[in-house]
Design a protein around this ligand. Structure first.
Ligand code: NDP
Length: 840
């Protein structure tokens, strides 16, 4: 048979559909206005020709935009009913659908992505996000965050250039559904589609100022996120800038979500359907030129099939059409900017220099414009830059593995944790891998699927917070059980509510001297605090011992050691200090003065225990925790005595035991309450499930040595995390006694590690520790928090930094949610599709 050489005829979309204008203005207060910054030219990366001039913002424009958003928030937007807000979102969704072709053309011209992707993925998914969130607006009380949820206020949002319209939809839709107003900044190189979206929003008659778009470069983004009038910051972009933002917002008490970079492993087992896997690998790394935070940029292929897979992959990649993004047949378009092209070149050069073997698709490239031919590196080792750093281009690094365990270790060997792929015919292996991979999204036998109902977001340095679905709403809601984080000047060591309720219960004349002493101490502290307004910046002072009735016996004075890895080591510091059990506590002992080295040992022990504890069944964890509650009950009187005796302390001990029981009962409810089955628009089964964050360092409240400690610790370990707790410095005896209970319980060693000493001496090291995933700063005085939050930004740690808390009150879910990641898993239903593209 004669050989047929198939060639596609060009099928260009018309640029005229985009109706580009010569100049674009910003959108502030419901009007298109000139910014006070210099105009910039946005160019078509496919041709390097200018597309349009765009006005940019300066600091005064940011002020104007934030003011407009505030006025809209306090005025018309908040006066609407939730259903009316939903109707506006519905109008925007329709507006996007009606102008879909124009939006797709503008997106492709400005960004360089293939028109078939803008048309089939970016624009319809953006519209779908508004539809989905339109329906949430009047159902927020059903989202699982309580019945009195409120918007946060004005959201400052910064988005990147890789999915300009889609990222705008991901940010704006949930913010508005939750009742917030927004000021959003697109990337300097891709402002056009969001300015078109602004037209759609204006046409939808949204009240002026509900959505404001300010344009410009990184300095405009920095001015926006740091503006004092912003209540919430949402950022998508590089991990580097995400870190800077987290650090610069330390101590402001502002809610932040960060969606950052990734270095996803796409794992192919030897039993995988090879042809489908090859399509999935191609889709995973060449979709959107690889400018995808969740791109499958590391291929991990089982050694026995590596040659076959790589051979078929190269043959398939050679057929990808690279070139004019406006051509409907183009598979890989232009790199978004000269700067990004230079980054890709420099990283691939590093791949050559470090000894990897480069293969480049033999495709022809256009003479003008920013293009990079699809590239595959083999013989890649884990230490190479191309295996560790985000290249953000059409470049795949291939590594091999022999066993599933090796695949998991290699896949997780990255500071990132955004996504992963698994290709295998074995259902049990899919689910096993999905749970072992530390990534926010796991695609099984598919890749790069997105849906507004399915949560998306990262573990580790890929950021925190989720976008999409029920979890995504949490980022824009204020809930009753989330005490507002204190600003740097607030005093969060005050537990006035506890004090007040204890006083209320003790009203009337107490009839023994200890009781009277406790009461007078509580009153004194409460009055002092109220008198001192919101200062209280000094660390908690040791609680003065209050005389209790004395027996004549001379007791043996004990010296307590630290509790690390299930054992009781001495502090490496060799120091101890005298301490008591609580307000009015007469029992005195010496406790270890923990040091930086002890803190490091505790993190090591917690990390070691994480594997066992996080993979224990929920039932098992519950049983272990219930048993501990029984043991606490057995020591109830001892705890009351330790705290100083009397009715108030008895009440606090009872509450602590009840609190432990409460959390023990949560272990097997977390998945039902925080997880979801996601009704995605496609032949996929998708579910989201909560997982523990990892090693959590918690500073327990100084003033509430047992209930505060339990209130902080129990939710952390309930969720499967392991903990390093810094106990109350002045009154640590309840903590060290709790350690004795834990040591004799079934809790695996290392799940809880308790350090005594000065929390403010150890906490900075722990906040900066690379192997700590999250911080709970409940017991840290306001002014000291900023420094710890800044240190935490170095490795993008989750930080829970609540305001004063009344631990006597029934706990909500905020403390549980603070240390849970949501993982979304996808699998095709029915036949595995060969279709490439990003889904939708
Ligand atoms: P950036 O993180 O620099 O940019 C993302 C957004 O933040 C843009 O709007 C940018 O403005 C803005 N910005 C830049 N600096 C600041 C700042 N200090 N404060 C607030 N906002 C700021 O990403 P790049 O575009 O420079 O890309 C660099 C790398 O980041 C890529 O190679 C890729 O690895 C990664 N990346 C990851 C993305 C993801 O989705 N996870 C998306 C984009 C990039 P402007 O662009 O106008 O300077």
């Amino acid at each position: 048979m004669a050989h047929l050489d198939w060639e596609y005829a060009p099928a260009p979309e018309s640029a005229a559909v985009g109706r580009l204008r010569e100049r674009y203005q910003m959108f502030v207060g419901g009007r298109f206005v000139d910014g006070r910054g210099d105009d910039v030219k946005t160019i078509n990366p496919a041709t390097e020709e200018p597309l349009a001039s765009v006005s940019t913002a300066d600091a005064a424009d940011i002020d104007d935009a934030v003011r407009a958003a505030r006025t809209a928030f306090e005025g018309p937007w908040s006066r609407l009913t939730a259903a009316q807000r939903g109707t506006y979102l519905f109008r925007i969704a329709r507006g996007i659908a009606e102008r879909a072709r124009e939006l797709a053309v503008v997106e492709t011209l400005d960004n360089g992505k293939p028109i078939k992707e803008s048309r089939d993925v970016d624009v319809p998914t953006a519209s779908a996000h508004f539809f989905h969130h339109a329906g949430w607006a009047d159902k927020l009380t059903h989202a699982g965050y309580g019945v009195s949820v409120r918007p946060l206020g004005v959201a400052g949002q910064v988005i990147p250039w890789n999915f300009p319209l889609l990222m705008a939809a991901w940010k704006i839709a949930p913010a508005l559904a939750a009742g917030n107003t927004v000021v959003i900044k697109p990337a300097e190189t891709t402002p056009l589609s969001i300015l078109l979206l602004a037209e759609i929003i204006a046409d939808a008659d949204l009240p002026p100022g509900v959505v404001n778009v300010v344009t410009g470069a990184g300095d405009v983004g920095a001015a926006l996120v740091n503006h004092p009038g912003i209540d919430k910051v949402a950022f998508t972009g590089s991990t580097e800038v995400g870190r800077q933002i987290q650090a610069s917002l330390a101590g402001t008490g502002r809610k932040i979500t960060l969606e950052l970079g990734g270095k996803a492993a796409n794992i192919v087992f030897d039993d995988a359907p090879v042809d489908q896997a090859v399509e999935g690998i191609v889709n995973g790394i060449f979709f959107n030129q690889g400018h995808v935070c969740c791109a499958g940029s590391r291929l991990l292929v089982q050694e026995s099939v590596a040659d076959e897979v790589v051979g078929k992959l190269q043959a398939r990649i050679a057929t990808l059409r690279v070139g004019d993004p406006m051509d409907k047949n183009t598979d890989v378009g232009a790199i978004n900017s000269a700067g990004q092209l230079a980054t890709i070149r420099s990283l691939t050069d590093a791949g050559d220099a470090e000894g990897a073997v480069r293969w480049t698709s033999p495709c022809p490239l256009p003479d003008r414009g920013f293009y990079f031919a699809p590239t595959v590196f083999t013989r890649v080792s884990q230490s190479m830059r191309i295996a560790r750093e985000e290249i953000f281009g059409p470049v795949l690094s291939v590594l091999t593995f022999r066993t599933p365990d090796e695949a998991i270790t290699k896949a997780n060997n990255t500071p990132y944790g955004l996504s992963a792929g698994v290709w295998t015919e074995k259902g049990s292996r899919i689910l096993g891998m999905a749970s072992a991979l530390r990534a926010g999204v796991v695609w099984a036998n598919t890749f790069n699927r997105f849906d507004p109902t399915a949560a998306f977001g990262g573990y580790k340095e890929s950021g925190f917070g989720r976008e999409g679905g029920r979890s995504g709403l949490a980022a824009y809601l204020d809930t009753d059980d989330e005490p507002p984080a204190p600003r740097a000047s607030d005093d969060d060591t005050v537990l006035d509510a506890v004090v007040e309720s204890a006083i209320a219960e003790l009203a009337g004349t107490p009839d023994n001297p200890t009781e009277a002493a406790v009461l007078s101490e509580l009153v004194r502290r409460s009055t002092e605090r109220r008198g001192s307004g919101s200062c209280g910046s000094a660390p908690a002072q040791p609680v003065p011992a209050v005389a209790a009735p004395r027996s004549t016996r001379v007791g043996v004075r004990k010296t307590y050691k630290l509790f690390i890895g299930g054992a009781f080591p001495r502090s490496e510091s060799g120091r101890t200090y005298p301490a008591t059990g609580g307000v009015g506590g007469s029992i005195r002992a010496n406790v270890a003065q923990g040091s930086r080295k002890d803190a490091r040992d505790a993190v090591l022990a917690a990390r070691k225990a994480f594997g066992t504890w996080s993979t224990a069944t929920a039932y098992n964890r519950g049983q272990v925790l219930y048993r501990i509650a029984e043991m606490l009950e057995g020591r109830r009187e001892q705890f009351v005595d330790l705290l100083g005796g009397g009715f108030a302390n008895e009440r606090l001990v009872n509450a602590a035991i009840d609190r432990w029981v409460h959390y023990a009962g949560w272990t097997d409810k977390l998945a039902a309450v925080f997880g979801s089955a996601n009704p995605v628009a496609g032949p996929y089964f998708s579910f989201s499930t909560p997982e523990p964050t990892g090693v959590v360092v918690a500073v327990a409240p100084a003033d509430d040595p047992l209930l505060g400690l339990v209130g902080v610790l129990a939710p952390i370990i309930t969720a499967g995390n392991t903990a390093v707790v810094l106990a109350s410095q002045p009154a640590p005896l309840a903590a060290v006694t709790l350690a004795e209970v834990l040591a004799t319980s079934d809790l695996p060693g290392g799940v809880v590690n308790i350090l005594t000493g000065d929390p403010l001496e150890m906490a900075p090291h722990l906040a900066a520790h690379a192997d700590v995933n999250a911080l709970d700063l409940t017991g840290v005085p306001g002014p000291a928090r900023a420094e710890l939050e800044r240190a935490a930004a170095g490795t993008v740690k989750r930080v829970y930094s609540p305001g004063p808390q009344d631990f006597l009150r029934t706990p909500g879910t905020a403390r549980l949610r603070a240390f849970l990641e949501i993982k979304t898993v996808w699998h095709p239903t029915g036949a595995v599709s060969l279709a490439g593209g990003g889904g939708y």
